[in-house]
Design a protein around this ligand. Structure first.
Ligand code: TRH
Length: 396
């Protein structure tokens, strides 16, 4: 694999926050895993420490450099800066095709051997991903080649982020009722709410939250919906009749809505593990919901011309095999109705069907996890690929 074994392999991960928390969420997760499980000396270059701090409260805003969980975090202020070959890591990853500083690229070209350069792409269940995974993209001027690395759901992709101890942690937590109760109690969740059907809600502002709440209110199952602060604010405030701040709660009919603080990333996993159903969004929370072993509904990040509906269907075709209620409610949640779908189906009807199928969905979830784990995890797959490129480069 890599030569120079007497010193840790170094890796630089460049992350630009486009919006929200997914970009930093994914990069932070990957950085920690590479360091903790593979002993890589990771530097995470990040341009938005404020967003980072929301998912990792230990982050110091504006610090040029800080050490967090064994990872060196560098504040990536701009595209300028001069770099020498000594500054360049063995493996350089740009996340989501963010342009890394030209000075850094110039320094990469001066290294011998040259670093492995990867562009880590976004997750999609579409078939074309397999054809693009690991494709080379030669630099137009410099003697450098960048390779595409795609996460994905098959063994012809890079797989999904998954820490080696994740299953054990989840199993332990989910088998400890007292720990789960204490976890939610710190946010004011009452014993009655604890005994109800617990749903976590993380979605984009355009999700049809109020329509779903109407169905839940008038249903005959007691539901507690736990919403982190800042999510679907308009709909939550309309339901609460007041500010959606942590601790705010209101019960109306069968539904209680409770606002939680926006929690640190590891606690978000615990929230997913504790709830009976999770509404997730974007990329990282979507993947974590797949590992939580509980039914989930995905709100996909919207794209122009409804391109995201194609991506949504591609995933549902793989995931919701034979579970019509999951397919239909997911499409409706994302406003991706089809002609063959009964447009008049009410939210109450969609919800009843989904609720009846929850045990079936939980079985599917366990089967899906087994399938996904057979593809290996993204961090290990990425290092294996980087190692093969490095060996090839040092031989030639
Ligand atoms: O926040 P997201 O919508 O992020 C992204 C970005 O918009 C990005 O630009 C886009 O490319 C991508 O979606 C598809 O959703 P995501 O990906 O689920 O990231 C949320 C992160 O926030 C995830 O790491 C979990 C974390 N989180 C917490 O740490 N605490 C919380 O309370 C919540 C609700 C989430």
């Amino acid at each position: 694999m890599f030569l120079n074994k007497n010193q840790a392999i170094s890796l630089a991960l460049f992350c630009k926050v486009v919006d929200n928390y997914g970009d930093v969420g994914i990069c932070w997760r990957l950085a920690r895993q590479l360091q903790q499980e593979h002993g890589i000396a990771v530097t995470l270059w990040i341009d938005d420490l404020q967003s980072f701090q929301r998912i990792c409260p230990d982050v110091v805003i504006n610090a040029e450099e800080q050490q967090l969980a064994g990872v060196t975090v560098r504040y990536w202020r701009n595209q300028e800066g001069s770099f020498s070959a000594d500054d360049v890591a063995d493996i350089v990853i740009e996340f989501f095709a963010c342009d890394i500083p030209p000075g850094y690229i110039g320094a990469m070209a001066g290294c011998n051997p040259r670093p492995v350069w990867l562009n880590l792409e976004g997750l999609s269940a579409e078939e074309w991903v397999e054809g693009c995974h690991t494709l080379p993209s030669p630099h137009p001027r410099l003697p450098l080649t960048k390779y595409f690395f795609f996460p994905g759901f098959t063994n012809k992709t890079g797989g999904l982020l998954h820490e080696s101890s994740l299953e054990e942690q989840r199993r332990q937590f989910q088998s400890d009722q007292a720990a789960m109760t204490a976890f939610l109690a710190q946010f004011g969740v009452t014993p009655t709410e604890m005994a109800s059907l617990k749903v976590s809600l993380f979605c984009y502002p355009h999700a049809p939250v109020s329509a779903l709440f109407d169905a839940w209110q008038s249903g005959d199952t007691s539901i507690t919906c736990l919403v982190p602060e800042g999510v679907a604010v308009e709909a939550i405030q309309a339901f609460l009749g007041g500010e959606a701040k942590p601790g705010a709660a209101r019960t109306c009919g069968a539904l209680t809505v409770r606002v939680l603080p926006f929690v640190a990333q590891p606690d978000y996993d615990k929230l997913l593990w504790t709830c009976d159903l999770n509404f997730v969004r974007g990329e990282d929370s979507w993947v974590r919901a797949q590992w939580a072993g509980k039914p989930f509904i995905w709100h996909i990040y919207p794209q122009d011309k409804n391109l995201h509906h194609k991506k949504l269907r591609a995933f549902l075709q793989r995931y919701s095999t034979g579970i019509e209620s999951l397919f239909c409610l997911s499409l409706r949640w994302n406003d991706a109705r089809t002609e063959d779908m009964e447009k008049q189906t009410s939210w109450s009807a969609l919800w009843s069907l989904l609720q009846a199928d929850m045990p079936k969905i939980a079985c599917r979830s366990a089967e899906w996890q087994r399938q996904m784990l057979a593809n290996g995890d993204l961090a290990s797959n990425l290092l294996e690929f980087a190692g093969s490129l490095r060996s090839a480069a040092t031989k030639s």
